[in-house]
Design a protein around this ligand. Structure first.
Ligand code: WQD
Length: 345
């Protein structure tokens, strides 16, 4: 019998790619999303890739009644992947209450529904931002979490603790938190990707928009860091590789070899890459020139972080596969498709 997975935030960037990978692995998928940062047309893209249109319900999971009513209407759900959250670092500094209310209430309502509906398995979308600027690199899962650099990052840390404490209090629950590094790229079909909603905060969408002249140039936020070329270093993970990590996490939970467990996994490539190296790789991969200028540092940026992925490689049997250049090429193809198919220019 096909197992059913609820994907909250499933029309979002990482959520939509994860829905496709779940469907490819034989799971039935139900999406719950409030469409605050995505569009219904993403369902068309998912269907175009997998041939299966996922069930969809528009719902604000941060509202306890709407969330409970939603779950009351569902038949059996075997596991939940919880993506639905506000995720713009800069916005979270300006609107902290919106972030705490949305991100914390959504998770609390989801875990309450798990208890009320006897759903045992949760995969949580966490972030390397919980490490702050680590003292040692690469970071392992036992690297101590640090004071978050933003309210957004703090909600991720607090959510990890909410899950830990709820699982320790309820022995029928199991959880996995996936700590993403920097997700980039798009599905190779260019039918789904990161939908630009306003001015991009993240590097890759801003870079591709500067190449198609939606933005005059890419501003590189500082080249005076203590790194080989002076620009910040991150661990850029291909979004499809990241989506695949969610499938193996769900499979691990459903095997249920060890009851009542809560595990954290770093999901990155294990390689640190600088902003200037990204620009260079993008130009090599696409043949396009990136118009950029070095400007002052961005407030709150950490200097460098990249993952030790040994635990995920060993325990999940998962490893990132895509090369940086093919990932950057997928981001470029997606940018071109936005103009052509989504009329977003
Ligand atoms: C990457 C590098 C910038 C834009 C954040 C969140 C993290 C996750 C990913 C949600 C940095 C530089 C960027 C630009 C630039 N978000 N940059 N010019 O800040 O590492 O991580 O997004 O899950 O949780 O913390 O990602 O893409 O914003 O920046 O020079 O226009 O690119 O300084 O060094 P970040 P980013």
């Amino acid at each position: 019998m096909r197992k059913k997975v609820l994907v909250t935030g499933g029309t979002g960037y990482i959520g939509s790619h994860t829905v496709v990978e779940l469907q490819k692995n034989g799971f039935e998928v139900l999406i719950a999303d409030n469409l605050s940062n995505s569009k219904m047309e993403v369902l068309d893209g998912i269907e175009a890739i997998s041939g299966i249109r996922p069930q969809f319900q528009k719902v604000d999971l941060s509202c306890s009644k709407a969330c409970a009513d939603f779950f009351d209407k569902q038949d059996e759900v075997h596991a939940i992947i919880h993506f639905a959250a506000s995720k713009a670092v800069g916005e979270s500094v300006v609107k902290p209450l919106l972030y705490y209310r949305n991100n914390l209430n959504s998770l609390i309502n989801i875990m309450q529904a798990m208890k009320d509906n006897e759903i045992s398995n949760l995969v949580f979308s966490s972030s390397c931002t919980v490490y702050g600027q680590p003292d040692q690199l690469p970071v392992t899962e036992s690297t101590p979490r640090k004071e978050a650099e933003s309210p957004y990052g703090n909600t991720k840390s607090i959510c990890e603790d909410i899950i830990r404490d709820t699982i320790s209090a309820h022995h029928d629950l199991n959880g996995i938190a996936l700590r993403y590094f920097n997700p980039i790229g798009a599905h190779p079909t260019a039918k789904i990707g990161e939908l630009p909603m306003g001015v991009p905060n993240n590097l890759i969408p801003f870079l591709t928009q500067s190449v198609v002249k939606i933005r005059p140039q890419l501003n590189v936020f500082g080249n005076d860091y203590n790194t080989p070329d002076g620009s910040c270093i991150r661990d850029y993970i291909n979004v499809v590789d990241l989506a695949k990590a969610h499938v193996v996490a769900i499979q691990r939970l459903l095997e249920n070899k060890q009851k009542n467990r809560y595990e954290y996994f770093n999901v990155g490539t294990g390689q640190g890459v600088s902003v200037l190296e990204i620009i260079d790789s993008f130009e090599r991969a696409t043949g396009e020139k990136v118009p950029f200028e070095i400007v002052e540092r961005r407030e709150g940026d950490i200097e460098q972080i990249y993952a030790d992925t040994t635990f995920a490689n060993k325990e999940l049997g998962w490893k990132s596969e895509a090369s940086l250049e093919e990932t950057l090429l997928s981001a470029w193809k997606w940018q071109l498709s936005l103009a052509e198919n989504w009329k977003i220019v």
